[in-house]
Write a protein that binds this ligand. Structure first.
Ligand SMILES: [Zn+2]
Length: 400
C-alpha cells in the first residue's frame, strides 16, 4: 500500500490515506444524499425557526467521509458546509442570487434567518466563500484532471506524466494571464515527523523530555527580531552543547517514532493535495484505466492488459468477468461454426454416393433450425456438437 500522510495547519492529527484509491473514491463520491439531507434540514428549519445542531453534526460526519482532506479540515475550512449547502440549494431551486437572499433576510425574524443572514453577509463582504461549492468544484476538478490524463486507450507512465504536467501548465498559464495568485495554495510542503510546526504536540512525550534537558540552555534574548535566514539557526545557537541522550531515553524516543510516517505533507489547499496524489501515483507507477464497458476508472493491473474493470455490477458479475465470458462464448462459437462447415463440405463430397441430394437438403435444414434454436436459447452448443458427431458416425466421415 502506497500511502500519503498529511497534516493541516490547525489540526494536530496526522492523516494517512492510500494513494489512487482515495482519488478514485472521491471522483465517484455521490454527494446527492448529503444534498438531500441538507434540503430536509432546511424544511425542518423553516418550521422550527432554527438549524438543528445535532442534525448539522450528523451531516458533517457524512461529508467528512468523502475525502480525508475534508475530514481533516472540517473545523478549519468546512465549518459552515451545511449552511452553505442550504444557501446554495435555495439559490438554485428558487433561481435567486446571494443579493436576493440577503435582502430577504435583512431583518431576520428568528435564529434560522439570522444564521443565513450572517453567512450571506460574509459572502457579500468577501470574508467567506461558499464552502459547499468549493467541494463540488474540487470534485469537478479531480474528475476533469483524471479524464485528461487517463481516459481512452491505455498509455505509458511517461505519457501520463506528460499529460499531467500539460494540464498543470495550462492551469498556471490561465492563472497568470488572469492575474490569479496561486503560489501559496498550490504548494505541498514536506516535513519529517520531527520538524513540523506541530511536532511538539504529535511527539508530545519525547518533546517534554527534551524540554526538561534543554530548558536551562535556552537563550531568549533577541528571539524575534532577525531575518528568517538567521532565525533558522537561532534555536541551534542555544543547543550548541546538546549531547546525545542516554541509551534509555534514546530507546524510548525510537519507540515513540514507531508507527509514525517518515514524510508528512502540509497541503496549501485541497487542490494542491489532489494534484499531489496524482503526482505521487505516477511517481510510483500507479495508473488508472477507463473501463470499456462502464466507462468508470479502475487501477491498472500489471498482469491484466484488457480495459475491463473488476467492479461487481447488479448482474452479479464484473465487467472483466462479463468480457471473459463473451470472449469464451465467441471462441466456442467459432470452433463449432468451423466444425459445421467441415462436416457440411464432407457431406457434399459424398452426395449421390452415401447420401442423396434430398437427404442432404433435410440435413442442412435441420442444422439451420438447430442454429436458430441456439440463438433463441432453446438449444445448446452441446446439442449441436452431438448432432455433428452423430452425422460423422452415420456417414462414416470422421475428422482427420
Ligand atoms: Zn467496468
Amino acid at each position: 500500500m502506497k500511502s500519503i500522510s498529511f497534516i493541516t495547519k490547525n489540526n494536530n492529527k496526522i492523516y494517512s490515506f492510500e494513494m489512487l484509491k482515495t482519488l478514485l473514491y472521491f471522483i465517484e463520491y455521490d454527494f446527492s444524499y448529503f444534498k438531500e439531507q441538507c434540503r430536509e434540514l432546511l424544511k425542518d428549519a423553516k418550521k422550527s425557526h432554527y438549524i438543528s445542531e445535532k442534525k448539522t453534526h450528523a451531516l458533517i460526519s457524512i461529508i467528512s467521509k468523502s475525502h480525508p482532506f475534508i475530514e481533516a479540515s472540517i473545523n478549519e475550512i468546512y465549518n459552515n458546509i451545511v449552511t452553505d449547502c442550504i444557501i446554495d440549494d435555495i439559490c438554485l431551486t428558487e433561481g435567486r442570487t446571494i443579493e436576493d437572499l440577503w435582502l430577504r433576510y435583512i431583518s431576520p425574524k428568528n435564529a434560522f434567518e439570522k444564521a443565513l443572514f450572517s453567512r450571506l453577509s460574509e459572502y457579500r463582504t468577501n470574508k467567506a466563500v461558499n464552502q459547499w461549492q468549493g467541494i463540488v468544484k474540487a470534485q469537478e476538478y479531480a474528475i476533469a484532471k483524471v479524464a485528461f490524463i487517463f481516459n481512452g486507450e491505455a498509455c505509458s507512465v511517461p505519457e501520463a506524466n506528460a499529460r499531467c504536467k500539460y494540464f498543470d501548465l495550462a492551469n498556471t498559464v490561465a492563472s497568470k494571464e488572469m492575474g490569479i495568485s496561486s503560489s501559496e495554495s498550490s504548494f505541498v510542503k514536506k516535513y519529517s515527523v520531527s520538524n513540523m510546526p506541530n511536532s511538539v504536540f504529535i511527539l508530545n512525550k519525547p518533546a517534554k523530555d527534551i524540554y526538561k534537558r534543554i530548558e536551562h540552555m535556552l537563550d531568549y534574548s533577541g528571539a524575534e527580531d532577525t531575518a528568517a535566514e538567521c532565525n533558522a539557526f537561532k534555536a541551534f545557537d542555544s543547543l550548541k552543547g546538546l549531547a546525545r541522550p542516554d541509551e534509555k531515553e534514546m530507546f524510548s524516543f525510537i519507540e515513540s517514532l514507531k508507527n509514525l510516517p517518515d514524510d508528512i505533507y502540509l497541503p496549501g489547499s485541497f487542490k494542491a493535495l489532489i494534484d499531489f496524489e496524482i503526482e505521487k501515483m505516477l511517481e510510483n507507477g500507479l495508473m488508472l484505466l477507463q473501463c470499456k464497458k462502464c466507462n468508470r476508472y479502475f487501477k491498472k493491473d500489471e498482469n491484466y492488459s484488457e480495459r475491463y474493470c473488476y467492479r461487481v455490477k447488479s448482474t452479479g458479475k464484473s465487467c472483466r468477468e462479463e468480457f471473459e465470458l463473451e470472449n469464451f462464448k465467441n471462441s466456442e462459437e467459432n470452433i463449432i461454426a468451423e466444425k459445421c462447415e467441415k462436416v457440411s463440405q464432407k457431406l457434399i463430397k459424398i452426395i449421390d454416393k452415401d447420401i442423396s441430394k434430398s437427404e442432404f437438403q433435410e440435413w442442412s435444414e435441420y442444422l439451420n433450425k438447430l442454429k436458430s434454436n441456439i440463438q433463441a436459447g432453446n438449444s445448446t452448443h452441446d446439442d449441436l456438437k452431438g448432432f455433428l458427431e452423430h452425422t460423422e458416425k452415420m456417414y462414416g466421415i470422421f475428422p482427420e
